[in-house]
Design a protein around this ligand. Structure first.
Ligand SMILES: C[S@@+](CC[C@H](N)C(=O)[O-])C[C@H]1O[C@@H](n2cnc3c(N)ncnc32)[C@H](O)[C@@H]1O
Length: 240
């Protein structure tokens, strides 16, 4: 299940998540938190709970809520961590009052969601975040276009078909990336993760700088470093 959900397992999967959790903690400190122990956090797309487990080193299971659209994930996390707080989530609005959380984080979720889902959830996060609160998430790095290019001419007919249906052409999509467009290939992800909203997504820095204010957020950090396989992004709900 670990492999199916995150493409790795065991120590490698946890190491990758630990880097994200440490960067999340540093971002929270830079943005004025003294410690995560006083924060309320939402793990959006909790999966099998790898980030949840790591963040329990810093906060209590009452202040950390894990949600997922997949009831298998919610059940697995609830059984493995009966002391934790896990909920099934659906389409927005999410079942949280305005200004509930200090931090909403999502690892390897917005590397998959379509633009309409991205926009809807980000607006929703702005609603449920406290003023000054953070959305910390990952997306595919810009150079993922090279991987799509290789796959579009490769031997896997499944990818060739999906990239063709998405209208992928390398030069054209490089220009779209430079223009700050949201790049998405609707592959689907199995079960309820159908291709109407789930696939592979590159959210560019330019897109975020231009669109985040419409969604009630501003860009604090956008990093595409070697230390992580995906881009690391921090958005903030402005303080009142
Ligand atoms: C690639 S997995 C990553 C899981 C976990 N964040 C991790 O890194 O270990 C993506 C997860 O996001 C969940 N997901 C996808 N769309 C979602 C949505 N709209 N709302 C909540 N969870 C969603 C999936 O069911 C899946 O568990």
């Amino acid at each position: 299940m670990q492999d199916q959900f995150v493409g790795s397992n065991g120590r490698a999967a946890l190491n990758e998540a630990s880097i994200f959790c440490e960067k999340l903690r540093e971002a929270a400190m830079k943005c004025g938190q003294d410690t995560l122990a006083n924060c309320r956090l939402l793990d959006f797309g909790v999966g099998w709970g790898r980030l949840y487990r790591i963040l329990l080193n810093h906060c209590t299971p009452h202040s950390l809520i894990g949600v997922d659209i997949d009831s298998k994930c919610v059940q697995l996390c609830s059984e493995a961590m009966p002391y934790g707080t896990f909920q099934l989530s659906g389409d927005p609005p999410l079942s949280f009052a305005p200004a509930t959380f200090d931090i909403v984080y999502a690892y390897s979720v917005f590397s998959h969601l379509a633009e309409h889902a991205f926009r809807t959830y980000m607006s929703e996060f702005a609603r449920i975040l406290k003023p000054g609160g953070l959305v910390v998430f990952t997306t595919l790095k810009g150079p993922h276009l090279d991987a799509w290019h290789r796959l579009s001419t490769g031997s896997d007919p499944w990818y060739v078909e999906y990239l063709k249906r998405a209208g992928f052409d390398h030069e054209g999509w490089l220009a779209r990336r430079a223009n700050g467009e949201f790049l998405y290939v609707p592959t689907g992800g199995g079960d309820m993760r159908d291709s109407s909203f789930y696939g592979e997504a590159v959210v560019t820095e330019k897109f975020l700088i231009e669109k985040a204010p419409e969604l009630g957020l501003s860009v604090v950090a956008f990093e595409e470093r070697d230390e992580m396989p995906q881009a690391f992004v921090v958005l903030q709900r402005p303080s009142n």
